[in-house]
Design a protein around this ligand. Sequence first.
Ligand code: HSE
Length: 436
Amino acid sequence: MKPVKIGLLGLGTVGGGTATVLLRNAEEISRRVGCRIEIIHAAALGIDSQTILDPAKVTLCEDGNAVVTNPDVDIVVELIGGYTFAKDMVMKAIENGKHVVTANKALIAVHGSEIFKAAQEKGVVVAYEAAIAGGIPIVKAMREGLAANKIQWLAGIINGTGNFILTEMRDKGRDFADVLAEAQALGYAEADPTFDVEGIDAAHKLTILASLAFGIDLQFDKTFTEGISKITQDDVCYAEELGYRIKHLGIARRTEKGVEMRVHPTLIPEKRLIANVDGVMNAVLVQADAVGPTLYYGAGAGAEPTASAVVADIIDIARSMNVKAEDKVALLGYQPESIEDTPVLAQNEFETSYYLRMLAEDRPGVLADITRLFADKGISIEAVIQKEPQEGQTCVSLILLSSKVVEKNMDEALVQIEALDSIQGSVTKIRMEHLG
Ligand code: HSE
């Protein structure tokens, strides 16, 4: 079989890792595929000074346009990142009849529908395994391994930087800013680290996971996003005292009213396997009707773990080069005409339990007032901790865990509680999931 020819866009962390893995494992890969996979053209700024590619075998240039229009290229691998130039390159590659492999979660979450439509019309594949949870083959698992199931919900730790920060805060009592700086130095954080700590990166990935799980359009703009920058050392410690850990989760759930898509800090029972996924590692827990829960764990970032997913996509495309487009696995795992227009629920319609922390005056009747206001909204309290007042203080920290409730009802109760004379400041609210 003649070799499959690759055009590579971007030679940063993931681009460099992809070139390394393709070169190092060339023999093993060709034993699997039945032909060689060769990088024949690569583009990156300042490419001459940074590449491990052999200029005798690979055309090196700075202009991506030359790669996506090269008639000899079969697969364009987009590892540039961002929405603008990367989108232009991907659309041009498709127009030129190239298959595309990308690690670009922002591009797929925001422009995926348009890109997939163009690819379907042209009969080419757009593969994006590396866009979610780095090296974990979660797209493969959901699109193929779980294809027999109706997926009910999934919950994932899908941002390594955020998980590293929360883990260090819990284990070492370290400061938020200090840990973030270390994650940046280690190369895990996004170019703009607010993407990590404010949950945007996780929301990109969650958007794609929800589409794969439920066969719905990619709708990044409807994914609720809350970051971890307001999580305090106190909350981490109180959660621990109550038998929970705080994780930054992406959650997608099918309900009778529609689909929930949300990224936020979440208390989860410490005995769950996923609660013990620490540091920069990622994990996705999928609850499906036939198989039950399955958990996928691995490195969510880094040069070679991400390259592992990129190269697996290249191999997948190479293996099915001669298969007609309509006979291949659909890009979202559902036939394009079967993608459903299921409503995506707004924040005030989410149903979950809560961890609540407030500063209350230490006098008789305060707790009774609070629980009465919760009871009026049908909210039951599952656990309470009251800390003794510090010397010279009249207020105490009250920590409550609630039953499952619609968010609108919880927010209405909290407005009334915050208005009580006995409550100081605002109530800290962190959602809680049992993942049972
Ligand atoms: N910034 C991302 C993370 C990189 O920390 O998980 C992988 O998408």
